[in-house]
Design a protein around this ligand. Structure first.
Ligand SMILES: [Zn+2]
Length: 350
């Protein structure tokens, strides 16, 4: 069966990819072999397709895309204990060096040696099967679908951001950006205890989607309304306890402290390819705490548990599903960034 290959910038094909079969012939004692079921299209996959690079990561050789995945275990290594053939699973796509200093300190996501799916030169998983460590493969409860499970990867970013923010019950949050990551961050902040989350964007349709997710979400169109003034009006002039920057826009990043309450926390989520301005004075007078996140660590089991319990519902974020044979077209559509779409997914033939 074929894989979805980014041949080079702007060129995708569905074709056999013998190199990956050779790479995965061996199943390590603590690995499992997984038949892929559902794969979400991430902004980073689309960015590699349209730009051929993200920052220092450049696509120099054909690369298989995809890193948001769920599937079924079809083979287990000799020492695997927690998984068996037939288990439905989702996978954490970044594999660190288990002995690295970062990993030993518990910060495996910032291990410089981490190998992350669909980040050159590592292949992604829009292909029939993959081999993955047991330690980064998580069993799904029966009531979590493959589609929801393929949302765990983006959701993990929001849950990691809420964890770093140290949300307290009743906090007021602002999430800048109503893209998929902004929306999972808003859901995570609410699940962590926020009383209200203001979600900002320029696109009215995205704000409508945000508000449809929860009565505790208020959409703010920053083309028409000043979010800092609005939040202060609703909080007796105090401001938001937490501000999550999920746009990656330098303009938004320059304004993160404006809606923030004294003693509040800003979490920088959106990637910034270039240095951005930072209002140190505004941060100082608030004694603002600033956190940065890089992907996530230790949150996949929490995400799965919240999907299973209903604490977080990601189903409304899945707006389109494509057959694997249509995956080139799916990427073309995703690259055009339709305003009514949040997450598009691809289902592999079973
Ligand atoms: Zn992703």
């Amino acid at each position: 069966m074929k894989s979805l290959v980014l041949e080079k910038k702007d060129e995708l094909s569905l074709r056999d990819f013998p190199a990956i079969d050779r790479e995965e012939e061996v199943l390590g004692p603590r690995d499992v072999r997984i038949k892929l079921h559902t794969v979400g299209i991430c902004g980073s996959d689309v960015h590699y397709y349209t730009h051929g690079r993200i920052g220092p990561f450049v696509v120099k050789e054909p690369m298989i895309l995809g890193h948001e995945a769920s599937g079924v275990v079809i083979e287990t290594g000799s020492e695997v204990q927690t998984l068996k053939v037939g288990d439905r699973v989702c996978m954490e796509p970044g594999i660190p060096d288990p002995n690295s200093r970062a990993t030993r300190l518990g910060m495996y996501n910032v291990d410089p040696a981490v190998r992350f799916w669909a980040t050159p030169p590592v292949h992604g998983i829009l292909r029939p099967t993959c081999v993955h460590p047991e330690a980064f493969t998580f069993k799904l409860p029966d009531n979590v679908s493959f589609a929801e499970a393929a949302m765990v990867e983006p959701l993990a970013v929001g849950v990691h951001a809420a964890t770093k923010a140290r949300v307290k019950p009743g906090d007021i949050g602002v999430v800048m950006g109503a893209g998929p990551i902004g929306l999972v961050t808003a859901l995570s902040a609410l699940a962590a205890g926020c009383a209200r989350v203001y979600v900002t964007d320029l696109a009215e349709k995205k704000l409508e989607i945000a508000e449809s997710l929860s009565p505790a979400i208020t959409g703010v169109n920053v083309a028409k309304e000043d979010v800092a003034a609005l939040v202060k009006r609703h909080t007796e002039g105090w401001g938001a306890d937490l501000v999550f920057e999920a746009t990656g826009s330098p303009k938004a990043a320059a304004q993160v402290f404006e809606p923030l309450a004294p003693g509040g926390c800003v979490v920088m989520i959106g990637g910034q390819p270039d240095p951005v301005s930072y209002d140190a004075g505004a941060a100082m007078v608030r004694e603002a705490r600033v956190e940065n996140i890089f992907r996530y660590a230790h949150v996949f089991p929490r995400c799965v548990a919240m999907l299973s319990s209903g604490a977080i519902d990601v189903k409304p974020l899945i707006t389109r599903t494509f057959e694997f044979e249509d995956s080139v077209r799916a990427f073309e559509i995703a690259a055009s960034a339709p305003p009514a779409d949040v997450k598009m997914q691809i289902e592999l033939p079973q």
